[in-house]
Design a protein around this ligand. Structure first.
Ligand code: AMP
Length: 584
């Protein structure tokens, strides 16, 4: 694990390390692959592809197939059931990581070694360093970062399996590194009850409100949940501060103990000022009002998290949103070297030392859909991707994944030195589909971003959305769920049927030629828009968390596949609207 010395080395020398990595992409990538093969070519999995024993970089590319999780799952299952991990990789697995992927299906089990964890750590530290450098003075204060864990599982072989965030928050690297700057005491982060944890983390953040210079979490979805929690609990938080007593439903020993060291006396003055701010009917800019020294909000806001951008801009009063890193349970990919980029312009610079990366060209031009048009072209190396092209990322890691497709589609937007920078486009498997039409996560997001502009002048905010393909009727239709609220208050907006219909039309107009032609001939019915009340999507998140997903790694499902999930959103419905039948 990264020691205090290694952490210091990155903070002192990080910018030189970054220059070195990004200037030597090709060489470093070749070395990484050589090293992986030197160690692992003899494993049961890989040796099949090298019948004459020659396992060099070139024969790797010609012999080893590009795979998905399903292809490697039998090996992972064998290891989870007690066989030696050397069937897949030479180094010892310290545990499995659970991947949420799309929040929908079963989590995947991804092997992790001590070394693969260190690689991730160095990316996290480098990203933190770049962000701090960008905001002068942010070194001095504290971070109000809302972090949560989830209980670990154990495989039949006795190996643990947990979400990366859970593993990381329990390490010495976290305790000796980022945690030192956090307002949340480590015991509140490690509390298994997310509600008690959230309450105590917000309470400590409020008690230290003058020291907080950064507000954040892993993903934007966690901050959306935090703001809703604050709306529901600010009175109780103020009362704890006013009296100096912790609410008696906080029974977790770690939380109680940590809070006893911080909530040491009644503080009427502080409670009064927080109350005054929260009593304001409009919560616009509440984050900077409560924590006036905050310089930026730090969380991933790209991909499926982009739906929370308006909400964070509204509550954050316009302070910068910094989307720091692109990673997954399988590997770390890249970091954002321009922390001040607007959320929709964020690109991640790939760092060549974490894994060996290849890119499958994907046709996304014109009416092409990433789903349909993975081209026949061979995958290209990191150093050979072309500006403006779309690719699906394929990764080979030190921890037992060989030419593994992660399922993410990326676009090349530029280069830092020789290292390509990518914009996250969409998850490949997230798609609305009826008949031959396929509407991707990106298509949907772009269409909704346009349609919500109709509501903005009316002071109505779209806080989050989802969708599903309703094929219970023939012809089927796409159904959107929108959670709406008034900007100035939590009141339900008055929904004008004409305006909502316009939103439906705008979404359909923005969809592609295939969709429109199906609508025209009547093989897809008019789009339906269901408006749900404030807080309904929190229930959806609770549902997925109860199914095993970690709050810290929750990805809002843009397209629902589960009937139970649809039922939850339906239960919060306050209005439904349709596009005109004869729109096209
Ligand atoms: P998990 O393995 O559960 O952490 O999920 C990883 C997935 O989250 C990735 O494959 C992406 O689809 C998504 N993801 C992670 N980081 C980002 C990011 N910066 N922007 C957009 N999506 C991301």
């Amino acid at each position: 694990m990264a020691s205090e010395k290694e952490i210091k080395e990155i903070y002192e020398n990080g910018m030189n390390i970054l220059e070195d990595l990004t200037n030597n992409v090709q060489e470093i990538q070749e070395q990484v692959l050589e090293e992986i093969l030197k160690r692992n070519a003899g494993t049961e999995y890989l040796s099949r592809f090298f019948p004459n024993g020659q396992a060099d970089n070139q024969s790797f590319k010609t012999n080893v197939p590009i795979i998905t999780y399903e292809d490697i799952k039998p090996y992972i299952d064998r290891i989870a059931n007690g066989e030696t991990s050397s069937i897949l990789l030479a180094y010892r697995i310290i545990q499995f990581l659970l991947s949420t992927g799309t929040s929908g299906g079963q989590p995947k089990l991804i092997p992790m070694t001590a070394e693969s964890f260190e690689k991730r750590m160095s990316d996290l530290l480098l990203s933190d360093l770049v962000t701090r450098k960008c905001f002068s003075g942010s070194d001095e204060g504290k971070s109000l970062y809302l972090y949560f864990i989830k209980p670990e599982m154990e495989t039949p072989s006795g190996l643990k399996a947990s979400f990366f965030t859970t593993f990381y928050f329990k390490t010495e690297s976290f305790k000796n590194g980022l945690a030192k700057f956090c307002t949340s005491p480590i015991d509140t982060i490690l509390c298994l009850d997310n509600k008690q944890s959230m309450f105590c983390q917000l309470l400590t953040g409020l008690l230290q409100r003058d020291e907080v210079v950064r507000f954040g979490s892993t993903f934007a979805s966690v901050l959306a949940r935090t703001i809703k929690f604050l709306e529901d609990y600010w009175r109780e938080l103020c009362s704890n501060i006013r009296t100096g007593y912790l609410s008696d439903w906080i029974i977790d020993p770690g939380c109680k103990n940590a809070m006893s060291l911080i909530l040491t006396r009644p503080n009427r003055e502080l409670a009064d000022s927080i109350q005054q701010i929260c009593e304001d009917k409009s919560w616009e800019g509440i984050i900077v009002k409560l924590w006036p020294k905050i310089k930026y909000i730090h969380c991933i806001v790209t991909g499926s998290m982009s739906q929370y951008v308006s909400l964070l801009e509204f509550y954050g009063g316009g302070i910068p949103l910094v989307s720091p890193i692109y990673n997954s349970s399988e590997s770390s990919f890249g970091i954002n070297l321009k922390p001040l980029s607007k959320p929709f312009d964020v690109s991640y610079t790939f760092l060549p030392n974490t894994a060996y990366f290849e890119f499958l060209p994907v046709g996304k031009d014109g009416e092409g859909k990433a789903q349909e048009t993975r081209t026949d072209d061979e995958p290209v190396d990191l150093a050979n991707v072309k500006l403006g092209r779309y690719y699906e990322v394929v990764v080979t890691t030190l921890a037992g994944l060989y030419r593994y497709t992660v399922g993410d589609v990326l676009k090349v937007t530029g280069f830092y030195n020789k290292s390509p920078q990518f914009q996250f486009v969409e998850r490949r498997n997230v798609v609305l589909s009826i008949d031959v039409d396929k509407t991707t996560e990106e298509d949907l997001s772009k269409a909704i971003m346009k349609a919500k502009l109709i509501l903005e002048p009316l002071g109505i905010m779209l806080t989050t959305y989802s969708s599903y393909a309703d094929t219970s009727l023939t012809p089927g239709r796409y159904v959107l769920f929108w959670e709406l609220k008034m900007k100035g208050s939590n009141d339900l907006p008055k929904l004008d049927a004409k305006i909502m219909e316009q939103c439906c039309c705008m979404v359909e107009e923005s969809f592609d030629f295939t969709y429109k032609s199906h609508r025209k001939v009547g093989s897809i019915s008019a789009l339906e828009l269901r408006v749900v009340k404030h807080g309904t999507f929190d229930e959806l998140m609770d549902f997925y968390v109860s199914k095993g997903v970690s709050v810290a790694q929750y990805k809002p499902p843009s397209c629902l596949k589960s009937e139970e999930a649809v039922k939850i959103l339906n239960s919060g419905m306050v209005g439904k609207f349709f596009s005109p039948k004869t729109m096209f």
